[in-house]
Design a protein around this ligand. Structure first.
Ligand code: CU
Length: 123
């Protein structure tokens, strides 16, 4: 008896999920990154396979960019301007910089100088 109920419940759940998924434009289904200047939300840059992704990030004045190292190797964010270099970021570590003026900010990994990226900040 109980088993039959569980199976029926699972079947109902499956129908529910399929019905929702087919709609395409459910509430809260907007993809991440679709609205880059969403207030205080930082722009995300991922470090993996010895590369920054996206290598060319954009942010609004007053906005922040947030790096997360998903690589097995340590990396850092070393700036061409006067901003201090980040700490060495081990796997899972993160770092954030807020940009108060428009411009293009070039950076590289302080450990692997061939890894480069930039942040373009616009008004
Ligand atoms: Cu590196």
């Amino acid at each position: 008896m109980n088993i039959r109920r569980v199976v029926l419940g699972a079947a109902m759940s499956l129908i529910f999920v399929v019905g929702c998924g087919g709609g395409g434009t459910g509430t809260g289904a907007s993809p991440a990154g679709a609205t880059p200047a969403a207030g205080a939300d930082a722009v995300e840059v991922t470090i993996a396979d010895f590369a920054f992704t996206p290598a060319e990030a954009t942010a609004a004045v007053g906005g922040a960019v947030h790096w997360t190292n998903n690589d097995s190797a340590p990396h850092s964010v070393s700036w061409a301007d006067e901003e201090p270099e980040s700490n060495d970021l081990d796997n899972g570590d993160d770092y954030e910089r807020t940009f108060d003026a428009a411009g293009t900010y070039e950076y590289a990994c302080g450990i692997h100088p061939t890894m480069t990226g930039s942040v373009t900040v616009t008004q």
